[in-house]
Ligand binder design. Structure first.
Ligand SMILES: Nc1ncnc2c1ncn2[C@@H]1O[C@H](COP(=O)(O)OP(=O)(O)OP(=O)(O)O)[C@@H](O)[C@H]1O
Length: 357
């Protein structure tokens, strides 16, 4: 007769390679049920985007068969409960705020933010996206919401909350929703900072696992406001491979690592890494240089999250209001899945509670 204790004891031999603890100590094994030689339990991961899902599942099965009974039939149900940084009481229902940043404009920051958001939402995470790009908010275009206006609701204590607009399962707010798309808004520093703060504090976000923030390019007032006003889980840095872009990216990255800002850099994404013609998908032309993003990540000792090729369909999808990662058949959906997985994994590592150590 197999017992729950035997199963748990076997699973103590399976370690989460990132969190460096066994799954039982990490409290990731739930609902163990045993009937004859049938062993069922739930494996609760720290993100639905976990890239090690299959590996951990196999390791659990092997551990039960090896340490308990070779003929055990193991049935594992995988769920997730996204973790949050240790000491955040502010914006409590938002577990992880992720800044998407770039040193230069036009390198694909909004494209990366939108596609990562879509990817995580498709995997079952609760996702929000704030477009804080005061110079050219692109989220309304990328989500087919040009001209959309969010509504508001009154709370019981008389406060007015903006209701984010929901599209593809993502809650969205953009500065672009509050301005005429054809009229440039000459934001002055304090005005822009206040508007951004409102998008966080005066909106009805509900519960979110990940809230992405598409920052303006460079390093400026908005960056300072956000990093000093809210608990940030980390920053994703987007660059292209050219030296001119990398030079600016270095500055952006160094800003997050300054002791006064001190925000974890979750990793570098290299966009427009190479050109691939649709008719010759095997051919890769490194027109802007090779491995610049990877080398930058190595130099600053931060993870390299992945490469995204330069392909026409990305622009077309963005312009049509459907981020490319929504198309599961596109190789880009796979690229974004890998990047999202590595990013979420990095957040989970940073969020390990000291109590577990
Ligand atoms: N990998 C890619 N392949 C082809 N086109 C791309 C790629 N990445 C981004 N683009 C296109 O490049 C343009 C700029 O991208 P995006 O708006 O994401 O950049 P950004 O860094 O957010 O710019 P901004 O500085 O305006 O905020 C868009 O038209 C987008 O569709």
């Amino acid at each position: 007769m197999i017992t729950t204790e035997q199963v748990l004891s076997a699973l103590r031999n399976v370690e989460d390679p990132d969190l460096k603890k066994d799954l039982v100590t990490l409290n990731m094994i739930k609902d163990v049920k045993i009937e004859d030689n049938k062993v069922a339990f739930t494996l609760e991961l720290t993100t639905p985007a976990c890239p090690m899902k299959e590996m951990l599942k196999n390791a659990c099965t092997n551990a039960v068969k090896h340490f308990v009974a070779a003929d055990a039939e193991v049935n594992i149900n995988i769920t997730s409960r996204v973790t949050k940084p240790v000491d955040t009481t502010q914006l409590n229902a938002i577990k992880n705020i992720i800044l998407v940043s770039s040193g230069k404009g036009g390198v694909g920051k909004s494209t990366v933010a939108s596609n990562l958001a879509v990817t995580l939402a498709a995997q079952g995470a609760k996702v929000g996206l704030i477009d804080a790009d005061i110079y050219g908010p692109s989220v309304p275009i990328m989500f087919g919401l040009v001209g959309a206006k969010p509504s508001a609701r009154e709370t019981e204590d008389g406060k007015t909350l903006i209701l984010p607009i929901e599209k593809y399962g993502i809650k969205l707010l953009s500065l672009g929703f509050f301005a005429d798309p054809d009229q440039p808004v000459p934001w002055r520093g304090p005005m822009a900072s206040n508007a951004i703060k409102q998008l966080f504090n005066d909106a009805d976000w509900g519960e979110l696992d990940y809230l992405f923030v598409d920052l303006p390019p460079g390093t400026g007032d908005i960056h300072i406001t956000i990093t000093q006003s809210f608990p940030i889980a980390g920053a994703v840095i987007v660059t292209t491979p050219q030296q001119v872009a990398l030079a600016d990216t270095r500055k952006g990255l160094a800003m997050f690592q300054m002791p006064s800002i001190n925000i974890p850099v979750l990793g570098v994404v290299e966009n427009m890494s190479y050109f691939t013609p649709a008719e010759l998908p095997e051919n890769k032309y490194y027109i802007f240089g090779k491995d610049g993003g990877k080398e930058l990540a190595t130099k600053y000792n931060v993870p390299f999250l992945g490469e995204i090729p330069l392909v026409q369909s990305i622009t077309a999808a963005g312009d049509n209001g459907e981020p490319i990662a929504m198309d599961e058949t596109s190789p880009l959906a796979q690229a974004f899945k890998e990047i999202a997985g590595k990013m979420a994994q990095q957040i989970s590592i940073n969020n390990v509670q000291p109590a577990n150590c």
